[in-house]
Ligand binder design. Structure first.
Ligand code: GLA
Ligand code: ZN
Length: 687
C-alpha cells in the first residue's frame, strides 16, 4: 500500500538543507529565500538539522514559533518540508547540566561540548531528551500537509567509549555468547594470555589498551552499530507513533564504514545519502570520481531495490577538501543526470543559503553571500530545476540490474584488521571499484549488495575478497552457481569466520573450494613498487596476452578448474592466476591477484554476455562515457553521460528521443564535454 507521503513524493524532488534559524533577526531573508527557491525550481527543503538550541534555548523552554512560520510559508508557496530531528548537535546548556551525554573517545578522554555528533548513544538522559524533543516535533508537525519526510539526525556516525557504553557492551556480549568460555574460544584469547576470567575485564578497544584481539574489535563495531540502531529506534518511535504515514530516512555518507549502515534497513522507509566526490581533483576526465559516486549510488539503490533520494550534494565546491575546486560550467547538470541514472528520485543540496559565519561560510550554496540569481551557481541550479520538471516521468522507475558486486562493511572491517599480508593496504574497496569500473565503462547496470542480500535475481555476482564468511553466504553462493549463475571470485576468499578465526583445512572454506575447483596454499604480499603479470596463452576474444598484476598474488592449486592465465614471474611463475570452473549449471571464475583495470573490463566483455547480462545500450562506449538505464511500466529511460572534457560520439543501436528537447537522434549522438542527456527510445514516426 502506498503511504500518503509516498504519494506526495510523486515528482522528482529538488531541494536543499535550509537553516533559517541562522537568519531569524533578518525576517526579509525568509521572504527572499522563498522567492529565490521558486526561481530555482526548488520544491522541498530540509529544515531543523542541528536546530536544537533554537527550538529549546533553555531546558523545558520551547520556541517552535519560528519553525511554524517557516513550514507554513514554505507550504503556502508550494515548497515541502523534509523535517529533521535536531539530535546531531546538542545545546551547550544540556552538556553542562548532564555531562554524561558527552562522548568519550577511544583513549577514554571525555570530549568538551563542541562540534557535532558529540553525544553518547547509550546515555539514558540523552535518550530521554531526544524522546521529549521528537515527541514535541511529531505532535506539532506530523500532520502538517507540508511535511513529507522525517530526516533523522544528520549523517549518524561515531562511537562512544564512556562507562555507560562499556557496561552496555558487556551486556551485549553476555547476550551473544552466554558464557565467557564461549567468548574466549571465539576470540582465541589464550594467545598472549588474553583470556578473560571475569566479564568486567572486557573493555572496548583502545589505543593504550586492547587492539590485538580481532574478534573483540569486530564485536565492538557490531555493538556500536547495534547501539546506534537502538538509539535510532528511540528517535523514530515518537515520530511513527504520531503519524506512521510520514516515511523515515537517514542521510548516509559515501562508503562510510564506522558503523554498518545495512543494519538500519528495517528502520528505514526511504534510503538517502550525501554525495561528495572530489570532483576535478585532477584535470580532464572525471571517470574516476564518477565511478566512486556511481558505485555508492548503486549500493543505496540496492538496499531496498527501489529509488532513493540524493539528500545532499554540493552545487559547486565543498569547504573541507584540501583545495576547494569549483564544479566546472555545466558539470553540475551532468552530476544530476548521473544520480538520476543510478536511481535517485531527487537532487538536493548542501546548502540553500551560505552561512555568514563559522566553518561552513565558504562551502558553496545555491544562494551565496551576495544573494543574486545572476551567479553561475544559481543559474546552473535553476537549470537543473527546469530539467527535473521535464524529467518528472522517471520518478519511481527502477534500474534493471542483473549483476551484483558484494560489498560488505563487516568483511571490510575484518580485512582491515587482518594483520598481513599487506599492512600498507589490503585494497578491499580498490578491488571492488576496479571491478565496478568494468561494469561502468560498459554501461552494465549492477547492484552493490552485502552478504545478507538475496542473490536469486542476479545472473552474475562478483564477490571480491570474500575473506570473512558471514551468515550462510557460502551456501547461497554455492546454490547460485549450481543453479546456473556466474560467480567472479578473487584471492583472499573464505579465510575466516565471523569472529575472525581462520578456517582449518583447505580454503576457500565452506564448500567454495569445490565451487571454484581450486584450493589456496598461501598469499604473497607485494610492496607498492613491485609487479607481477598475468599471462593468457590463448586469450578469449577481446582479451590481451598479458595484464599487469600487483599488491597480492595468491598461490593456488586447481582441482577441477580450467586455467585461463598464469603468473608471469617469481617463484610461482606458470602457476594459475585466472581460472574458471564449471559447477552445476553455472561457472565460477577466480582471479588470484590485483590486476590492472583493463583486465576486469576485458574479462567482463567475455563473461557478462556469457552470463546473459546486457548493457543499457548495445554500443561501444568511449572511455569516460557511460549509459544508465531505468524502467517503468513499458517505458525505458537512457541516461547518456560524458565525463570527458571533450565531446564524444556514440553510435546508436536505435533512434533515441531527448526527453528535454523532444529532439530525435538517429545513427549517432554527440555528447558535449561534461554533457549528459536523458532519452527514451524514439516511437515509430519520431525518427
Ligand atoms: C555533510 C553534512 C552537512 C555539511 C556538508 C558539507 O554532508 O551533512 O551538514 O556539513 O557535509 O559538505
Ligand atoms: Zn557512551
Amino acid at each position: 500500500m502506498r503511504t500518503e507521503a509516498e504519494i506526495k513524493l510523486r515528482c522528482l524532488l529538488h531541494g536543499a538543507d535550509y537553516n533559517p534559524e541562522q537568519w531569524l533577526d533578518m525576517p526579509e531573508v525568509l521572504e527572499e529565500d522563498i522567492r529565490l527557491m521558486q526561481q530555482a525550481g526548488i520544491n522541498c527543503v530540509s529544515v531543523g538539522i542541528f536546530s536544537w538550541v533554537s527550538l529549546e534555548p533553555a531546558e523545558g523552554v520551547y520556541t517552535f514559533d519560528w519553525l511554524d512560520r517557516v513550514i507554513d510559508s514554505l507550504y503556502e508557496n508550494g515548497i515541502y518540508t523534509v523535517l529533521a530531528t535536531p539530535s546531531g548537535a546538542k545545546p551547550g546548556w544540556m552538556a553542562k547540566k548532564y555531562p554524561e551525554i558527552l562522548r568519550v573517545e577511544a583513549d577514554r578522554r571525555r570530549n568538551l561540548q563542541g562540534g557535532r555528533h558529540n553525544h553518547c548513544y547509550t546515555s539514558p538522559v540523552y535518550r530521554e531528551k531526544v524522546t521529549e524533543m521528537n515527541t514535541r516535533l511529531a505532535k506539532r508537525y506530523a500532520h502538517h500537509p507540508g511535511v513529507i519526510l522525517w530526516h533523522v539526525s544528520n549523517e549518524i556516525q561515531g562511537e562512544c567509549h564512556c562507562p555507560l557504553c562499556q557496561a552496555a557492551f558487556r551486556s551485549w556480549l553476555k547476550e551473544k555468547y552466554g558464557t565467557l568460555e564461549k567468548l574466549n574460544k571465539a576470540y582465541w584469547t589464550a594467545f598472549w594470555s588474553h583470556t578473560y576470567t571475569d566479564w568486567e575485564e572486557i573493555e572496548s578497544p583502545a589505543p593504550h589498551g586492547e587492539t590485538n584481539v580481532h574478534g573483540l574489535v569486530l564485536d565492538w563495531r557490531r555493538f556500536c552499530t547495534a547501539q546506534t540502531v537502538d538509539f535510532f529506534r528511540v528517535e523514530t518511535a515518537p515520530l511513527r507513533a504520531e503519524n506512521p504515514d510520514i516515511p523515515v530516512t537517514m542521510n548516509m555518507m559515501g562508503f562510510y564504514d564506522g558503523i554498518d549502515y545495512w543494519q538500519f534497513l528495517p528502520e528505514l522507509d526511504i534510503i538517502s545519502w550525501d554525495s561528495y566526490p572530489g570532483w576535478h581533483n585532477w584535470d580532464g576526465c572525471e571517470a574516476g570520481n564518477a565511478i566512486w559516486n556511481g558505485a555508492y549510488c548503486d549500493a543505496m539503490r540496492a538496499m531496498k531495490r527501489k529509488p532513493w533520494l540524493l539528500m545532499e550534494n554540493s552545487p559547486s565546491t565543498t569547504n573541507w577538501n584540501g583545495v576547494s575546486r569549483h564544479k566546472r560550467p555545466g558539470f553540475h547538470r551532468l552530476t544530476a543526470i548521473q544520480n538520476l541514472a543510478h536511481g535517485s528520485d531527487s537532487i538536493q543540496y548542501f546548502q540553500w543559503r551560505q552561512s555568514r559565519g563559522s566553518c561552513e561560510k565558504f562551502h558553496s550554496a545555491v544562494v551565496s553571500h551576495n544573494p543574486s540569481p545572476e551567479t553561475r551557481i544559481f543559474r546552473e541550479v535553476a537549470g537543473v530545476g527546469e530539467m527535473l520538471k521535464k524529467l518528472k516521468d522517471i520518478q519511481g522507475s527502477t534500474v534493471p540490474a542483473r549483476a551484483a558486486i558484494l560489498y560488505d562493511v563487516q568483511n571490510g572491517w575484518a580485512i582491515g584488521e587482518s594483520k598481513g599480508p599487506r599492512n600498507i593496504g589490503m585494497g578491499y574497496l580498490d578491488l571492488i571499484l576496479r571491478i565496478y569500473e568494468g561494469f561502468w565503462r560498459r554501461g552494465i547496470p549492477v547492484d552493490l549488495v552485502n552478504m545478507d542480500a538475496p542473490l536469486e535475481d542476479y545472473k552474475l555476482v562478483a564477490a571480491p575478497m570474500l575473506y570473512m564468511l558471514r551468515g550462510d553466504i557460502a551456501r547461497r553462493l554455492t546454490a547460485f552457481v549450481e543453479q546456473g549463475g556466474t560467480l567472479l571470485a578473487s584471492y583472499f576468499t573464505g579465510v575466516v569466520d565471523e569472529t575472525d578465526l581462520c578456517y582449518l583445512g583447505r580454503t576457500p572454506a565452506q564448500g567454495l573450494t569445490e565451487v571454484l575447483g581450486l584450493w589456496a596454499e598461501e598469499i604473497d604480499g607485494l610492496w607498492d613498487h613491485q609487479r607481477n603479470g598475468i599471462l593468457l596463452e590463448n586469450p578469449p576474444q577481446g582479451m590481451q596476452n598479458r595484464y599487469e598484476a600487483s599488491r597480492l598474488c595468491e598461490i593456488v592449486h586447481t582441482t577441477t578448474a580450467e586455467i585461463l592465465g598464469v603468473y608471469e614471474s617469481d617463484y610461482y611463475q606458470g602457476m594459475p592466476a585466472v581460472t574458471v570452473n564449471r559447477y552445476g549449471k553455472g561457472r565460477a571464475y577466480y582471479t588470484g591477484t590485483f590486476a590492472e583495470p583493463g583486465f576486469y573490463y576485458d574479462l567482463l566483455g567475455k563473461i557478462a554476455p556469457e552470463a546473459g547480462v546486457s548493457p543499457a545500450l548495445d554500443t561501444a562506449l568511449p572511455y569516460g562515457v557511460t549509459v544508465g538505464i531505468r524502467q517503468k511500466d513499458t517505458e525505458t529511460y537512457y541516461f547518456l553521460q560524458n565525463f570527458n572534457q571533450e565531446p564524444k560520439t556514440l553510435e546508436l543501436p536505435f533512434p533515441l528521443c531527448d526527453l528535454e528537447t523532444g529532439e530525435t537522434h538517429t545513427g549517432s549522438i554527440t555528447l558535449a564535454g561534461y554533457g549528459g542527456m536523458v532519452c527514451t527510445r524514439a516511437k515509430e514516426g519520431q525518427a
